[in-house]
Design a protein around this ligand. Structure first.
Ligand SMILES: [Zn+2]
Ligand SMILES: [Zn+2]
Length: 243
């Protein structure tokens, strides 16, 4: 199993130095590790603590282009946007999305979603809430050109089957995240059945963790997940950087 790419990493464009290294340093390390591609996917702007400033998006994109050239590796400009609305709303405008090479979407603490009161623990795990979460994800998947849904079932639970089926239908990929892995054995069987595709991601917040996906590879082996469905093992997503 050759890991070709890491499509979920953070750089210093996440506010307050939430992540340690510059895009240039991340790209250099990815190249040293033998990856063909890396995506820089800082937190969406509405993350209250770590979101990238909208005014920095263009600058970050320039940095990805410069790093690509300098290190001879494809460096994609991305954002890990925040799921905020019951209607699927995320924290990027259509113009901002058009400018990205890759769009990731996930749910995070430290945001203000309108479909859940995260701090109400009892409500958080109720069936009624799981239904709302599920619908918010499905609306986002149908509304935006999302490439990858990050760490599903971390922080809030969904009906895994319905979200996976919505992803499979739209060609949206689900992530195995080595830092945030909340899928149960039962979930994994449901994912296999759904026909959805996968990536393995490090969610690295510093360059030392790039390609740190061993736990995901173990899971793929132990559940016999067909490798042709894992889009950054022995193959890449083949994005073209948008100029
Ligand atoms: Zn995340
Ligand atoms: Zn992340």
């Amino acid at each position: 199993m050759r890991v070709t790419a890491d499509y979920h990493t953070h750089s210093r464009y996440s506010k307050w130095y939430h992540a340690k290294h510059t895009i240039d340093q991340m790209a250099q390390r990815a190249k040293e590790l033998g990856l063909e591609e890396i995506a820089i996917t800082d937190h969406g702007p509405k993350h209250l603590f770590y979101g990238i400033k909208p005014s920095q998006l263009a600058r970050a994109k320039q940095d990805t282009r410069a790093a690509s050239k300098k290190h001879g590796i494809k460096v994609f400009m991305g954002v890990e946007a925040n799921l905020l609305g019951a209607d699927g709303q995320i924290d990027l405008t259509d113009d901002q999305i058009k400018d990205l090479d890759i769009l990731l979407v996930g749910f995070h603490k430290g945001t203000k979603p309108n479909f859940i009161n995260y701090f109400d623990k009892k409500q958080r795990n109720s069936q009624e809430q799981i239904e709302k979460n599920t619908q918010a994800y499905i609306n986002a998947i149908n509304r935006y050109p999302i490439d990858i849904i990050t760490h599903l079932n971390e922080y809030i639970r969904v009906d895994t089957k319905r979200v996976a089926e919505a992803c499979a239908k739209r060609g949206t990929i689900l992530e195995f995240n080595s830092k945030h892995m909340k899928f149960t054995d039962e979930d994994i069987e449901i994912l296999k059945e759904s026909g959805v595709n996968f990536v393995v991601s490090s969610d690295a917040h510093n360059k030392k963790r790039i390609r740190d996906v061993d736990s995901c590879l173990e899971l793929i082996k132990s559940h016999n997940i067909p490798l042709d469905r894992v889009k950054n093992i022995n193959q890449t997503l083949k994005f073209l950087p948008k100029v």
